[in-house]
Ligand binder design. Sequence first.
Ligand code: 5AD
Ligand code: SF4
Length: 426
Amino acid sequence: MNYYIETYGCQMNVADSELIISILNDAGHIQSQDIDVADVLLFNTCSVRDHAEQRVLGRISNERHRKKSKPELKIVLLGCMAQRIGQRLISEDLGIDYAVGVDQYRALPRLLDEDRGSELGFDSSENYERMLPVHQGEHCAFVTIMRGCNNYCSYCIVPYVRGRERSRPYEDILQDVKGAVKRKMMDVTLLGQNVNSYHWNELSFPALLSKLQEDVPELYRLRFVTSHPKDLSDDLVQVMGQGGKLCEHIHLPMQSGSNESLKRMNRSYSYEQYLNRVRALRAAVPNIAITTDLIAGFPGETEEHFEATLSAMREIEFDYAFCFKYSEREGTAAAKYPDQLPEEIRLSRLQRMIELQREITLRIYRAQIGKEIEVYVEDFSKKSKSQVSGKTRDFKIAVLDGDESQIGTLAKAKVIDATAGTLICE
Ligand code: 5AD
Ligand code: SF4
């Protein structure tokens, strides 16, 4: 069969789609970029916020008309939404034929071949051992090292849909990274909901970072997401301090700067402990870029708690912050908190947060003007075909004049201007 796949949500979903593509290709199916010729439409979905779920439902509702002229067309919901509410959505007659959750992808070919409803077993220990994803990116690879999460932050649906933490065997990761490097991918990101708790036999996460650098000398840039601040060990700080292939960047979600909110979020650290980790990282890697995730309008967040987050943002000066408006997720502890905030407060706090971060990012990016940087050119710029864009080691987007021949290569560039999100270079 020809299948077409669309992916929503985080990088883990992008990596899962690559795994799904490998499973389907091995079973003889063929990926198509053209939705018009496909016999199966797959939607790999995200449940982290309500907005993400609504977007996918909108997409499916736009595509289901295809079944009129092609009755044998199948629409398959994959990923977090399939795990969370797949069966309910099937019964609601939205055009979805099957729902296949995050630990059931091995069964996908059987489902398509036998065309017999979804009686898939749920295997919460699945770590897709000995399976190699087909990397779809041309220049950057995302390599899953662990699945699931044990943390139960009170707002988060992930532990319910993605199950308990499971690490991938080192040999599989090694093979995956070697394959990416062989395909000339110079930027490799290791993925997990909480990479710091990676454990395979005696191998810890910091040891994995060192071992990969030793075992794959051709590796050029190595990164990882996401780190939980409570598990960011001194060993990891030390490995980062050694530099090498590891990029000068860490994504370290703070979520809130208020100790009261952090407690109710079940984050297991105080703002002071978070700041201590930031200071340790900056001492070990002086030019490290730190990015974060923040939630505005968490239940019970007072103006004072929110101000604590703004003042933490001013104190730390993140290079960038992904700011989110709190979204109630049915089944999580925070959804049951009695003091949910009205939508207007969530939204206005989100806007204040974004505005403050924009000023900080602009200041940090403008401070780069005049510096020489290394850009790994990945694509044309969004605005013009006579410009190319890529990433710096410290996870900033840079654009410069250039043409197709530069894509996939490293450019030495000089920063001549900056916006709150892009370094303009020559
Ligand atoms: N509402 C808003 N943001 C959320 N996140 C996770 N769950 C929610 C939610 N219910 C954010 C967190 C997390 C990022 C991936 O998404 O900031 O770090
Ligand atoms: Fe969700 Fe917290 Fe796990 Fe991250 S660490 S996936 S926010 S429960």
